[in-house]
Design a protein. Structure first.
Length: 346
């Protein structure tokens, strides 16, 4: 097994900079569409054999250094008791938003094996398939990000309903976040037990919060999850706060082994502010994949140069690869990262 990803997470010396790509198992790959055409998105998430198949595709096609479980951050919320739909033009929708005490009270904590067994079975299949290849990353959403979907009923432009609950009904908000946090802890512990070799917590929408609001309404729940996981496992924990450059001084205190960054911060600044005890992940703009080859190579070199002082560095995009991206360019990106980082190590 290629272990450069795990070594970088732990700050150990690597022969080259490892790379994986957020949403690497997805819509930019023709092979994904072949599998996806056999049912709905949720049906794909709930089919262990097919979910494992699309998880493996980018490992074989691109040569990335880690696989990430194919699933969705919203899957456990459905099992908490919030019906979930994926609509063609709207994306994920919760038809019955969680906005009052009765709705919060009705939410439960799903058992990872009994209620989310298809996720655990996918992990077990993948560990067998990946035994001689690369490590497997499991994941979840972060409590604030998950709460926005439940409260808003789906995606949002300004998170009005979420922030109104935070400000006008903080006790209700806290009760909801407590339940989501407990669900996430149990879910991630289940993934670790099933065989995930690293775990990433996606805080996709936390960048909409002011630093003072992050401190009160988001950070404590992330810290609780990481603390609970570290009590039962020593696998690397990655925290990705999207659009979170203004939150860096707080996210570095959350306890994660690795912090993921988007492209809105220079990586050398992130390295300086993070310090010597945390590895970093990132941070090329996903749309930089549309650069000509020579300029893409220069961009890759820039990211690698800026990451030189990090405890460890995992190359990644600053957010998910877009469906319009070329698989050939994604493969070129992986090859460039491997070649240039080897050259830099001399």
């Amino acid at each position: 097994m290629r272990t450069e990803f795990l070594k970088a997470c732990k700050g150990e010396k690597t022969e080259y900079t490892p790379i994986w790509i957020m949403r690497q198992a997805g819509r930019y790959l023709p092979e994904y569409h072949t599998v996806r055409s056999k049912g709905t998105f949720l049906e794909l998430c709930k089919s262990p054999d097919r979910a494992a198949e699309v998880t493996l595709q980018p490992v074989d096609i691109l040569g990335v250094d880690a696989a990430i479980l194919f699933s969705d951050i919203l899957v456990p919320l459905e099992k908490m008791g919030a019906p979930l739909e994926f609509q063609e033009k709207r994306g994920p929708v919760f038809p019955n938003p969680i906005r009052d005490q009765a709705a919060v009270n009705a939410l439960g904590i799903p058992d990872p094996e009994e209620d989310l067994g298809y996720v655990m079975e996918t992990i077990r299949i993948l560990r067998k398939e990946l035994a001689d290849k690369v490590p497997l990353i499991g994941f979840s959403g972060a409590p604030f990000t998950l709460a926005t979907y439940l409260i808003e009923g789906g995606s949002s432009k300004n998170y009005l309903t979420t922030k109104r609950m935070m400000y006008e009904a903080p006790e209700l908000y806290s009760q909801l976040l407590d339940k989501i946090t407990e669900c996430t802890i149990v879910y991630l512990k289940g993934q670790a037990a099933a065989g995930a070799q690293a775990l990433q917590i996606f805080d996709s929408w936390v960048g909409v919060l002011a630093p003072c609001d992050y401190r009160e309404f988001a950070r404590p729940y992330v810290e609780r999850i990481i603390k609970a996981l570290k009590e039962v496992t020593d696998i690397p924990l990655i925290y990705f706060a999207n659009n979170g450059a203004t939150l860096l001084d707080q996210t570095r205190e959350c306890g994660a082994d690795v912090l993921g960054f988007d492209w809105r911060i220079e990586l050398d600044e992130a390295v300086r502010r993070v310090g010597p005890n945390i590895s970093i992940q990132g941070n090329m703009d996903p749309l930089a994949l549309f650069l000509p080859e020579d300029k893409l190579e220069a961009r890759v070199r820039r990211v690698l140069e800026q990451a030189k002082g990090a405890r460890g560095h995992i190359f990644n995009l600053g957010h998910g690869i877009v469906p319009e991206a070329s698989p050939a360019k994604a493969k070129l990106l992986v090859d460039l990262v491997h070649r240039i980082s080897r050259e830099m190590r001399g």
